[in-house]
Ligand binder design. Structure first.
Ligand code: ADP
Ligand code: MG
Length: 238
C-alpha cells in the first residue's frame, strides 16, 4: 500500500501536450477514479504513474519516494488492462504464479501466494482448470489474481470492464469493490462509465483535455459540480 502524488505533471507527444499540469494527492488505501471523455488523457496519466510512459515535466511520488525516473518494475504497481490475455495452456494456478516464477520465487512460496490470492478472489476450486473452462468473470478474476500475487503497492486499472457484457460488468464491479475492501489497497481506476465511477470511488477526478476539471467525492461532484462540463459528465448516464 502506498500514497501516490502527482506534482505539476505534464506530457507532450511531439508538439501535442496531452497532460497539462496535473496536481493530485492520492492517499494510502484510497480508491480514486479518473473519468472523462475519450482522448482526455486518462490512459496516458495512468501509464505515466505506472512508468510505461515518461513524464515530460513534474514529479510522481509513490509512498513519498520520487519515482519519476524509475522503470515500471521498480514502482511495485499492478496494472490491470481491459484485455485479460491468460495463457491458455496453463492452469489458473500457473497463470497466477507465472510472474512469481519469472521473478525466481520458490515453488512453496509461490503456492502460498497463489493460494492467498485465490482465497481473496474465491478461485480456490478452479486452480487446476484451464482458462477455456472458466466463465468470463472467473477469467477476469484470474487476470486480477496475477497482479495480486505480486503484493503490489497499488493497483492501476484501465477500463478493466469495458469489454464485458452488462451483467458481467455489474458482477465485476462488485468483485472490485470487495477486493478493495479486503486488501485495503490504493487503487486508481480509469473509466468513462459514470455508474462505475459513482459506485466505486472514494474520490473522482474529472479530466477535461489533459487538465483536472474537478476532484471530489461522488456526492460532492453530483451535488456541486464545478462547471457545466462536470455537471453534464456526471449527470448524464451513458
Ligand atoms: P483516454 O484514455 O482518456 O481516452 P489517452 O490518454 O489515450 O486518452 O489519449 C490522450 C491524447 O493523447 C489523445 O489525443 C491521444 O491521441 C494522444 N496520445 C496517446 N498516446 C499517444 C502516443 N503514444 N503518441 C501520440 N499521441 C498519443
Ligand atoms: Mg484510455
Amino acid at each position: 500500500m502506498a500514497s501516490i502524488e502527482l506534482a505539476g505533471v505534464e506530457k507532450w507527444f511531439g508538439n501535442a501536450q496531452v497532460i497539462k499540469g496535473v496536481d493530485l494527492a492520492i492517499e494510502e488505501g484510497e480508491f480514486v477514479i479518473f473519468v472523462g471523455p475519450s482522448g482526455c488523457g486518462k490512459s496516458t496519466l495512468l501509464r505515466m504513474i505506472a512508468g510505461l510512459e515518461g513524464t515530460s515535466r513534474g514529479q510522481i511520488l509513490i509512498g513519498g519516494r520520487d519515482a519519476t525516473a524509475e522503470p515500471p518494475s521498480k514502482r511495485g504497481l499492478a496494472m490491470v488492462f481491459q484485455s485479460y490475455a491468460l495463457y491458455p495452456h496453463m492452469t489458473v494456478a500457473e497463470n497466477m504464479g507465472f510472474s512469481l516464477k519469472a521473478a525466481g520465487v520458490k515453488p512453496e512460496e509461490r503456492a502460498r501466494q497463489v493460494a492467498e490470492a485465490a482465497r481473496v478472489l474465491r478461485l480456490e476450486e478452479y486452480l487446476e482448470r484451464r482458462p477455456r473452462d472458466l466463465s468470463g468473470g472467473q477469467r477476469q478474476r484470474v487476470a486480477i489474481g496475477r497482479s495480486i500475487v505480486r503484493d503490489p503497492t497499488a493497483f492501476l486499472f484501465d477500463e478493466p470492464l469495458s469489454n464485458l457484457d452488462a451483467a458481467l460488468r455489474v458482477e465485476m464491479r462488485y468483485e472490485i469493490a470487495k477486493l478493495h475492501q479486503s486488501l485495503a489497497s490504493t487503487m486508481i481506476y480509469v473509466t468513462h462509465d459514470q455508474v462505475e465511477a459513482m459506485t466505486l470511488a472514494d474520490r473522482i477526478v474529472v479530466l477535461e483535455a489533459g487538465r483536472i476539471a474537478q476532484v471530489g467525492t461522488p456526492k460532492e461532484l453530483y451535488e456541486h459540480p464545478a462547471n457545466l462540463f462536470v455537471a453534464q459528465f456526471i449527470g448524464s448516464p451513458k
